[in-house]
Design a binder for this molecule. Structure first.
Ligand code: SIN
Length: 522
């Protein structure tokens, strides 16, 4: 069987704002780039579905004020250096790169001024948006540009299996004495289900989040925690993995699959109410409906428990002074398709898993603890978000660290190979490959997602976490055993990563006895 190999200066795994920004910056620096995505369409990513917006600079705003808001939302453990970098570099990159270079169509007033939105815990109106489909506008502009670049190769429908590392994948016993490093990845071609090797001088993880390990999530199906699992198997350090942000308002409807109702609605005065129409957030926080997300999610949870309700309402119809349909066309259409007219009636909502505040530890240049491996965007742990992320900072973090990682790579670029390619093992297929049974995969996902939701959710207890550790631990052993004998396919790889990431979150939560931000122990 043919052993397919690819070579590049920079391998980027993932194609959201972080990955594609890095691809364009690396292409600009004259580097030869490969972008890999497990999806058949490069656009499919968490970024594509982002509604609210991206932080920029408001009137009377300053980097100091933004830094302060980030640190307050982070509940005392945000990395001040990361917050300062984002606040200083972020608005500049939005203007120079997103607006002037790739031409993202952000919403403007009739006189052509950029519109700014408000969201929870921001002391200024400073969020740029493109109606309620900001992520789509950004992603489509990036994809258009990337497809025009001759030195970016795109491998769609290719799933990363494992990072290629030395000494682990070297057959040369002397490589044990080398500093451990990443030299590329094993990738499954989803079409023919054969394994290919990519050899790269530098590898960037930009795989996004992990929301799909929870029963209720705002994330698309691709968010199975792949990068956290890949990095962990390669021996890279992860931090703050217990801090999973729950978004307070996902649409409560049988057919909605966690559809997000953007926080920007509360920025336009929408209020959370009980099912009998009484606003309740003022009883929980002086910031009312615009309190930090962890506080709002817990308040909703408490109200639901107290009243035996399965949802609360978000009422924009009674409170907003804007044209709801014009400002939020996608949310309006989606709700209307499910029989809810948000311009005239309240929206049933529940909290849902939304964002991993921690991730693969990186420094200010996006470098992980493993040589030549970088991580950017949601999969990374810059420390920016601390224990709870400030709204609309995630797209910006992907943009800023996408740029910074590539700057570091081009400043330190060294293409001299520190290993002999013939020492690196080709993929070994099992003698007799067992077929994957989709029914088993489906059931394993149900187990993980309900375990994570019920035991590792908005309110945790040690008893629940202990149970989760045992249940996820059992599943991981069973999956790993099957993985070794199986004919690989993308479903199995997603499951393997999802289970491993679930265990990483459970173990981090179990180790941390102190409630803080999004990690709340009852
Ligand atoms: C939202 O639109 O509410 C989500 C924005 C974010 O998570 O930053």
């Amino acid at each position: 069987m043919k052993d397919m190999k690819h070579y590049c200066d920079v391998l980027i795994i993932g194609s959201g704002i972080a990955g594609l920004t890095a691809a364009l910056a690396a292409s600009d620096a004259g580097l030869d780039v490969i972008v890999v995505t497990k999806e058949p369409d490069l656009r499919e990513s968490n970024t594509f579905y982002a509604q609210g917006g991206i932080v920029c600079k408001g009137v009377d705003d300053s980097p100091e004020l933004l830094t302060q808001d980030i640190l307050s939302a982070g509940a005392g453990i945000s990395n001040p250096e990361a917050a300062r970098i984002l606040a200083v570099d972020g608005p500049r990159y939005v203007e120079e790169f997103l607006i002037n270079t790739i031409g993202v169509p952000f919403s403007r007033s009739e006189s052509g001024e950029l519109e700014l939105a408000q969201e929870g815990s921001h002391s200024r109106r400073r969020i740029l948006y493109s109606m309620d489909t900001t992520g789509k506008a950004i992603e489509e502009s990036l994809v258009k540009k990337v497809r025009q670049c001759g030195n970016i190769r795109i491998l769609e429908d290719h799933t990363a299996i494992d990072l290629l590392t030395i000494p682990h994948h070297s057959t040369n016993p002397l490589s044990l004495y080398m500093e451990p490093r990443c030299i590329g990845a094993y990738i499954l071609n989803n079409q023919d289900e054969r394994v290919e090797r990519i050899f790269s001088a530098y590898t960037i993880l930009a795989t996004g989040g992990l929301g799909r390990i929870f029963l209720h999530t705002t994330n698309p199906v691709c968010a199975t925690g792949d990068g956290f699992a890949l990095a962990s198997r390669a021996g890279a350090r992860l931090i703050n993995m217990e801090y999973i942000q729950f978004h307070p308002t996902s649409l409560f409807h049988r057919d909605a699959d966690g559809f997000l109702i953007s926080e920007a609605l509360r920025g336009e005065r929408a209020r959370l109410t009980t099912r009998d129409g009484a606003p309740f957030m003022d009883r929980y926080s002086p910031l009312g409906d615009l309190a930090p997300r962890d506080e709002v999610s817990r308040a909703i949870y408490e109200e639901m428990i107290k009243r035996g309700d399965t949802y609360v309402y978000l009422d924009i119809a009674s409170f907003a002074t804007i044209d709801i349909q014009k400002r939020f066309p996608a949310i309006y259409e989606k709700c209307l398709s499910l029989g809810i007219d948000i311009a005239n009636e309240p929206i049933p909502v529940v909290p849902a898993a939304h964002y991993a505040c921690g991730g693969v530890y990186v420094d200010a240049r996006g470098r992980t603890s493993l040589k030549n491996l970088y991580a950017i965007g949601e999969v990374s742990g810059t420390g920016l978000h601390g224990a709870n992320r400030l709204a609309s900072t995630s797209l910006l973090e992907g943009l800023v660290w996408g740029m910074r990682a590539v700057r570091d790579i081009s400043e330190t670029f060294d293409e001299a190979k520190s290993y002999k390619e013939s020492d690196i093992a080709a993929w070994i297929y099992p003698d007799k490959e067992e077929e994957v049974d989709p029914a088993l995969i489906h059931q394993d996902w149900l187990s993980i997602r309900s375990t994570m939701w019920n035991y590792v959710g908005i309110i945790r207890t040690f008893k629940r976490l202990d149970r989760a550790k045992a249940d996820v631990g059992y599943l991981i052993n069973r999956t790993n055993e099957f993985y070794r004998k199986a004919r690989l396919n993308p479903l199995l790889l997603d499951l393997r990563n999802g289970i491993q990431t679930a265990l990483i979150v459970v173990e981090a939560a179990f180790r941390n006895r102190k409630s803080r931000g999004a990690h709340y122990i009852a």
